[in-house]
Design a protein around this ligand. Structure first.
Ligand code: MG
Ligand code: MG
Length: 265
């Protein structure tokens, strides 16, 4: 829901935004950025994921926005919380408490003045082991390299390739069953933004005014994933850890504009 099942938005239209639209989308995404920064500061051993969900929703509403994921296709919470082998779409719970050495992916979205914002980070809970730390830094680096390909005239596959190369060079794998997406007055618009290159298919070119959510989901072991019986939580098939970083990015003449940047928070 925060990210799309591959194939889900393939047929959705690509909608170009005006500069006024992009200004509102910046404001929407800055609310998301503020929430993620707040969560990163707050996360401690022993907290429940329910508490984090509540805090995220409270701050979102205080900023006159609504949580984008709550009720989306029936998702029961505002925040997606995915711990360790959970890739995306984990459901917050009073029973699930954070432990030292966990990694916690938090994915949040808002709707503000009719436009959506969507961004995600993975947070270490206390000290984490060396390989898992490298998984986090590589995932974030791959997102950055993907963003650098957001140039008018490039293809979506240029983004995908930059991400995949970074991840695989570092010995990790990219999830294929879930992908990034266009974003605007809907949470999920076309085009799909896969984190790997689909051989033999030509992807759309980037044009000025497109806004896309780029979101590498990177696994320490196999790229294969399955969905738990709750119908939501995506986990790695081998139960090895997974990381997720996401930014919403506008295509502009001046290059990529990272709407969900946390630099000014
Ligand atoms: Mg998201
Ligand atoms: Mg997304």
């Amino acid at each position: 829901m925060s990210c799309c099942a591959a194939g889900q938005s393939a047929s959705k239209p690509i909608l170009v935004k005006s500069s006024d639209d992009i200004k509102i989308m910046y404001d929407a995404n800055q609310i998301v950025a503020e929430v993620l920064c707040m969560l990163r500061k707050t996360v401690t051993v022993g907290m429940s994921t329910y508490e984090l969900d509540k805090m995220a929703e409270d701050l979102c509403r205080k900023r006159n926005s609504t949580p984008a994921f709550k009720g989306y296709h029936g998702f029961p919470a505002s925040l997606c919380v995915s711990i360790n082998e959970e890739v995306v779409h984990g459901i917050p719970s009073r029973k699930r408490k954070l432990k030292k050495g966990d990694i916690l992916s938090v994915d949040f979205g808002v709707c503000y003045k009719g436009f959506y914002g969507d961004s995600a980070i993975t947070i270490p809970v206390g000290r984490i082991d060396h390989d898992t730390h490298r998984l986090l830094t590589t995932t974030e680096e791959s997102l950055q390299l993907g963003i650098e390909q957001v140039i008018i005239g490039n293809r979506i596959s240029d983004i995908s390739q930059a991400i995949q190369e970074c991840v695989e060079t570092n010995g990790f794998t990219v999830v294929r069953q879930f992908v990034g997406h266009g974003i605007g007055t809907s949470l999920h618009e076309g085009p799909e933004i896969p984190n790997y290159v689909q051989k033999g298919s030509r992807s759309p070119r980037l044009i000025e005014g497109m806004v896309i959510a780029i979101e590498p989901m990177v696994n320490l072991g196999t790229h294969k994933v399955t969905v738990l019986r709750d119908g939501w939580t995506v986990v790695t098939a081998d139960k090895m850890p997974s990381a997720h970083f996401e930014h919403s990015v506008a295509v502009t003449k001046a290059g990529p504009l990272v709407l969900s940047s946390r630099e000014n928070i």
